[in-house]
Design a protein around this ligand. Structure first.
Ligand code: FAD
Length: 551
């Protein structure tokens, strides 16, 4: 960047710089120190490195030396050269110390091949030798102790969007973070803030705004499909792959991110064909790629709010207000984490208290003690995962042992991991902290003796429940909200009242013909990835049989 208040000189030097360097560098100009500083701040916010600043010494309001010393605060690695007249030589020499100017050049610089380029070549080659390319993707600025920041990072991670996380608390120790925050000015007050490489910034964005900016598809392309699937967990994804590969025009609607609960799993070890295990994120990524390859339309994030039936058509209303219809409908909404109901918990959610999180938080817990509530496989997997990063992992388990709730292989792994401690017969009864978790109170043993422990992270894995309220009045569910299907609908051998056909409801079919259910949300399901995938694959056959009769 070259800076000069004299328009003619500015044009001339810019022309020479472009002629020599524009194949490797972007050449920019500014007609005052203030204008140049504004551009430098913008470049900092976009993570664009600056190689060289060439400033005229004699400028009104802010002279070259003053400008270069201010610019040094923003882009300390840029080479700084001062353009001086003969009369200013002594000022220039002083500036070498004061503004740590790397070089001063005399005006006029003609011919540039002799008087300008050799020096600048030298400075630029020095700069390139020490240059480390900056991160070029999306950056998220926020604080670890804010639930909004946590949710946003979780959303990006689960949608497989790579990003760089910048914790503003690091500003005290990391000068680069401080410089970025200063360059952003008041914009850095509204967090979390997403910085896109094209310069766009989204303060405190909603998921749908982020999804639009990222080009994730959230709105339906058409209003009619052969098959609509609600939920993008393993069961929904499997049905989408089989349905679309067998020629059904398929849409899959997912509220958060494809992958479902499995996407939260740090390591699935019992899924057939992956002897070394695979992470839920990996499984989700592969399945989504496979579904897209077969032409499945995936709408995410997008939520189904209600369902209605009209003749052979099933209608869904989405959260954007659009109604789509289909011939066959699949319910694959899985289950959602059950929340821990103790004083203080709601306020601290996302600020030290997390449900089912893990994979993205683990690094942040380096060298800390992490508390995990729960004794089932999900809690065990999380404990194993955290044990690689945290100093100590403490599992708080309500029962007297893990044996009845956790797979044997995981119990063995936990026993062999020295930094995992299991506290049986233990309940969390209160959590404390102003803006973030600071302590937890636990009750231990039969007497329930209370103890207050210092804690910065509490991860809760205490089971899950279906969220099927929006099906009320149409779809039959059990008392816990799980969807009934097939033989489970028959009472004393009688079909449900709402059932209109001569035949009985088929396997995986609900009380409404053509609406099917698979995976964890189904009453009586085996809550495993493989069983959800199996049901998702099988149900497509039943749909073909149904469609053959209605079409
Ligand atoms: C941490 C963890 C570890 C696990 N580890 C293992 C393991 O090692 N092995 C194993 O076999 N199983 C494991 N499981 C269980 C396994 O992940 C589940 O059984 C499986 O994910 C169920 O699949 P699903 O498709 O039925 O439902 P889910 O995975 O729950 O997916 C349902 C999806 O539907 C979406 N949804 C819900 N309602 C709506 C709506 N109205 N509109 C749009 N979308 C909606 C949800 O956002 C969700 O993404 C684990 C689970 C967890 C949480």
């Amino acid at each position: 960047m070259t800076i000069d208040d004299d328009p003619e000189v500015l044009r001339a030097i810019e022309r020479d710089l472009r002629g020599r360097y524009s194949d490797r560098y972007r050449v920019m100009r500014a007609n005052s120190g203030d204008a140049a500083l504004t551009t430098l701040r913008e470049l900092k916010a976009r993570n664009n490195p600056v190689a060289l600043l060439l400033a005229d010494q004699r400028m009104p309001r802010m002279d070259g030396v003053d400008f270069l010393s201010k610019a040094m605060d923003i882009h300390p690695l840029a080479k700084r050269a001062l353009l001086t007249a003969y009369a200013d030589t002594s000022a220039a020499i002083e500036a070498i110390n004061e503004a740590r100017v790397h070089y001063y050049l005399m005006k006029p610089w003609d011919p540039p091949e002799e008087k300008l380029f050799p020096t600048l070549d030298d400075l630029l080659s020095d700069w390139s030798a020490g240059f480390r390319p900056p991160y070029e993707g999306i950056r998220v600025l926020g604080t670890r102790w804010s639930s909004r920041s946590y949710d946003l990072r979780d959303f990006l991670a689960r949608n497989q969007v790579p990003y760089q996380w910048i914790d503003i608390e690091l500003a005290q120790t990391d000068p680069e973070v401080r410089r970025l925050i200063e360059s952003l000015g008041p914009e850095a007050d509204t967090l979390p803030l997403i910085l896109f490489p094209d310069g766009a910034r989204l303060p405190e964005p909603s998921f749908s705004v982020v999804a639009d900016k990222l080009g994730l598809r959230t709105h339906a392309q058409t209003n009619f499909y052969d098959l609509a699937i609600v939920g993008g967990g393993p069961a929904g994804l499997a049905a989408a792959v089989y349905g679309a590969s067998e020629g059904l025009r398929t849409v899959m609607i997912e509220r958060e991110a494809p992958g479902g609960q499995a996407g939260l799993s740090s390591r699935i070890e019992n899924y057939l064909g992956f002897p070394a295990g695979l992470s839920g994120a990996d499984l989700a990524r592969r399945a989504v790629a496979q579904a897209r390859r077969f032409g499945v339309e995936i709408l995410s994030p997008q939520e189904v709010k209600s369902v209605r039936v009209d003749g052979p058509y099933r209608y869904l209303t989405l959260s954007d207000g659009v109604e789509i219809s289909c011939n066959a409908l699949l319910l694959a909404m899985g289950v959602q984490w059950r929340t821990l109901d103790v004083p203080g918990i709601e306020r601290l959610q996302g600020a030290g208290v997390y449900y089912g999180g893990g994979t993205s938080e683990a690094l942040a817990c380096k060298d800390e003690t992490v508390y995990i509530v729960g004794g089932a496989n999900s809690a065990g997997q999380a404990a194993m995962h955290f044990s690689k990063y945290a100093k100590r992992v403490v599992m708080l388990v309500r029962d007297s042992s893990l044996a009845s709730t956790m797979s044997h292989y995981l119990i063995e792994q936990i026993e062999k991991t020295p930094n995992i401690e299991v506290m049986n017969n233990t309940n969390v009864v209160e959590v404390h902290g102003e803006s973030r978790l600071s302590d937890i109170t636990i009750a231990r043993g039969a007497e329930g003796a209370r103890e207050k422990l210092t804690a910065t992270s509490l991860f809760i894995f205490i089971g899950a429940q279906p969220r099927t309220e929006w099906l009320a009045g149409l779809i039959e569910r059990d008392e816990r909200g799980f969807v009934l299907s097939g033989p489970d609908l028959l009472r004393d051998g009688k079909k449900p009242k709402s059932w209109t056909l001569d035949r009985d409801p088929g396997l995986l079919e609900t009380n409404v013909p053509g609406i099917f259910v698979v995976g964890d949300v189904r009453h009586g399901s085996v809550k495993r990835v493989a069983s959800g995938v199996g049901e998702g694959a099988v149900v497509v056959q039943f749909m073909h049989q149904y469609l053959a009769k209605v079409q």
